[in-house]
Design a protein around this ligand. Structure first.
Ligand SMILES: Nc1ncnc2c1ncn2[C@@H]1O[C@H](COP(=O)(O)OP(=O)(O)OP(=O)(O)O)[C@@H](O)[C@H]1O
Length: 277
């Protein structure tokens, strides 16, 4: 949410031109992230040897253009969520540099709405946390929900909403933070296929209406090909960039469009090749 993840100044990567920086919302340069594993849980107790650190990401360099939607795909545990945390300033890199122009705000995995609050108050939460007075926050949230086709749900609590609607409210809340960059971690991962397709189409329309820079973590290469301008494929842990695929297809897209099928096949090939290592 809004207060965290603030990185106020543009990244200055060695050798990057000012013009390049102006076009980039997020830059990662040689990023490495290592987790110490506490108490010898992984190896120490079983083998008597010292615990080994977990290298989640290694040598990750990416420059993400303003206003683009970039999908990050990769096998489970390859460091995708860690990458989003780094971009949002929720973790720090152990080596290399991470920077974002302005705020980057995370919508984490899972169902993150407050169960006791209405959709309106959930959507207003980002503004409230940022210090917006209640009446003003609710008014802006109401306007946003209506603009995004969610106006009829304002008074509903999450348990009265479908999973797809809950995730849309959570996206609306993230947009209401005003952050120029939003990081969506598997936003539709728990939805059934039809609901997911509807939510994907809604997100495409929403971003056409309110363009942002988006980092979208997904396990689903079809989702990546449907939504993204670019697909970045990570290797199994430690995550490294093994493919960087421009998508270059107009919206709206359908899963059966030949271009979408071809891009998806390339992403799957890259994932397979990285897995075989
Ligand atoms: N706080 C932590 N302490 C120790 N290890 C961690 C910590 N956070 C993540 N890891 C490990 O780092 C690796 C990368 O984790 P991360 O959650 O970023 O992967 P991911 O690609 O998002 O996984 P998934 O697709 O399953 O959500 C994993 O092996 C994970 O177990």
């Amino acid at each position: 949410m809004p207060a965290k993840g603030v990185m106020p100044s543009p990244t200055r990567t060695p050798g990057a031109s000012v013009a390049t920086e102006e076009h980039h919302a997020v830059v990662l340069d040689g990023v490495r992230r290592v987790f110490a594993v506490a108490g010898g849980r992984r190896l120490g107790r079983a083998t008597g040897t010292a615990p080994e650190p977990v290298v989640a990401l290694d040598g990750v360099s990416l420059s993400i253009a303003r206003g683009s939607v970039v999908a990050i795909v990769g096998p489970s545990g390859c460091g995708k969520s860690t990458l989003l945390d780094l971009v949002c300033g929720l973790q720090r890199a152990d080596a290399g540099h991470v920077g974002a122009v302005g705020q980057a705000v995370l919508m984490p995995q899972g169902d993150t709405l407050l169960p006791w609050a209405t959709a309106l108050d959930n959507a207003a939460l980002a503004l409230r946390v940022a210090g917006t007075p209640k009446a003003q926050a609710r008014e802006r949230a109401r306007t946003e929900l209506e603009a995004l086709g969610l106006g009829r749900f304002t008074d509903s609590r999450p348990d009265a909403l479908s999973g797809g609607m809950r995730q849309r409210i959570a996206v609306a809340r993230t947009l209401l933070s005003g952050a120029p960059t939003i990081c969506l971690d598997e936003p539709f991962g728990a939805l059934d296929a039809i609901t997911r397709a509807e939510a994907q189409a809604w997100l495409t329309g929403t971003l056409a209406r309110e363009p942002r820079t988006v980092l979208l973590v997904t396990h689903d290469t079809e989702e990546a090909a449907l939504l993204a301008d670019r697909i970045v494929v990570l290797s199994p842990r430690p995550g490294r960039v093994v493919a960087d695929l421009p998508v270059g297809l107009p919206h709206p897209r359908r899963a059966t469009d030949p271009g979408v099928v071809a891009v998806r096949a390339r992403a799957l090939d890259a994932l397979g090749a990285a897995g075989r290592g």
